[in-house]
Design a protein around this ligand. Structure first.
Ligand code: MG
Length: 216
């Protein structure tokens, strides 16, 4: 866990969580979320999975080189390969199966319950709202979240100002009173910090278990 900024604890009103690799950690499921859409794109373009993966890896590398080493989201990569956000949402809804990989997480619930009693919790994710609802349900924490801002809420992929501002508004908290928690600095933390939010980079759900202690 790395804390980049944190408002005074008394000022914090909302915590905005990334979902994947933040509220759960599951390498195989994470892998399918990258590989399955690439497989579909490969089919669409008449290429092999290996060719398509290679092209996307190359695109990521070049993009990073042109943007001071920053990472780009898969949604934004797919935009450059001609797949709209709307189409991307549909693919994810068809391909992703959180129930196949994830289960109830009692430790996560034990960490989020005390937080939900003090702060307004939201999820800000590049997954569609429907996949997010299914994921939170299978983890056993869905009703602890006041708002879900997904890829189909604003029609843009993080990092983009809109999903974070929408979350801040839905939680009734100005950005300075929000904390963004996620596993990817360039996607989940950098922009929230620019907006004046706190930013906590986690290595996975194990770090989320420790948040009540951090915010005590
Ligand atoms: Mg993530």
């Amino acid at each position: 866990m790395k804390i980049f900024a944190l408002p005074d604890i008394a000022k914090i009103q909302a915590i905005l969580f990334d979902m994947d690799s933040t509220l759960y950690t599951h390498d195989e499921y994470a892998r399918t979320q990258i590989d399955l859409p690439i497989m579909r794109l490969a089919q669409l373009q008449g290429k092999t999975f290996e060719q398509m993966s290679g092209e996307i890896a190359e695109y990521r590398k070049n993009w990073a080189a042109e943007h001071k080493g920053q990472a780009i989201s898969l949604g934004n990569i797919f935009l450059s390969f001609g797949i709209s956000i709307k189409e991307n949402v549909r693919w994810r809804e068809e391909l992703y199966q959180p129930e196949k990989y994830l289960g109830e997480d009692i430790k996560l619930r034990a960490a989020l319950e005390p937080l939900a009693s003090r702060f307004t919790l939201a999820v800000v994710t590049n997954n569609p709202v429907s996949i997010t609802e299914r994921t939170l349900a299978v983890l056993g924490v869905n009703e602890l979240f006041h708002a879900i801002i997904g890829l189909d809420t604003c029609g843009v992929s993080k990092p983009h100002i809109e999903p974070f501002m929408r979350a801040s508004i839905l939680c009734g908290a100005v950005p300075e009173n929000c904390v963004s928690v996620g596993d990817r600095y360039d996607i989940d933390i950098a922009l929230p910090l620019e907006l004046g939010m706190g930013g906590v980079l986690v290595d996975g759900v194990e770090d989320v278990y420790r948040l009540p202690e951090l915010l005590a």
